[in-house]
Ligand binder design. Structure first.
Ligand SMILES: [Cu+2]
Length: 145
């Protein structure tokens, strides 16, 4: 009787482990954010980019825009209760973004003045835990000619 209980406990542990692995794999698979996203110029001359933030990612995470043309980031948090933010500090390219995000879309407008690759990230961090950036919540804005 005792061994049966022990066996079922091991079986249950295996099931839990398998589920955890599947969930982790599913999360990774659900983030096609690594594919570069090239912003399209709208008829108003603005390069609109919709960005979704979540735990812990930005989608897309690699954004390509043209230099010296206005850019509008429209950013919202997908779901969940963990607070997120967006920071992109590149004074050399006339970009300065630092704001909190929510499930309502926030807009950040700027006109990049210099080609280059600039990192953006979530600055949030809970106590002694790893920062969201360390969890992978970051991306690259690539400004091209
Ligand atoms: Cu965050």
């Amino acid at each position: 009787m005792k061994s049966v209980r022990f066996l079922s406990f091991r079986f249950l542990s295996l099931v839990v482990l398998a589920l955890a692995v599947c969930c982790a794999a599913g999360r990774l698979g659900a983030q096609p954010g690594n594919k570069p996203y090239r912003a399209v110029m709208d008829i108003d001359g603005v390069q609109h980019v919709n960005i979704v933030a979540g735990d812990y990612f930005f989608r897309p995470s690699h954004i390509i825009v043209k230099v010296n043309k206005p850019v509008m980031f429209v950013v919202r948090v997908e779901r969940g209760i963990i607070p997120h933010g967006l920071v992109l500090k590149a004074p050399e390219a006339s970009i300065s973004i630092d704001g909190d995000l929510s499930q309502e879309s926030q807009t950040f407008a700027f006109t990049p003045s210099m080609p280059g690759k600039y990192a953006f990230y979530c600055p949030k961090k809970l106590l002694f835990f790893k920062s969201h950036r360390e969890h992978g919540m970051e991306g690259i804005l690539e400004v091209v000619e």
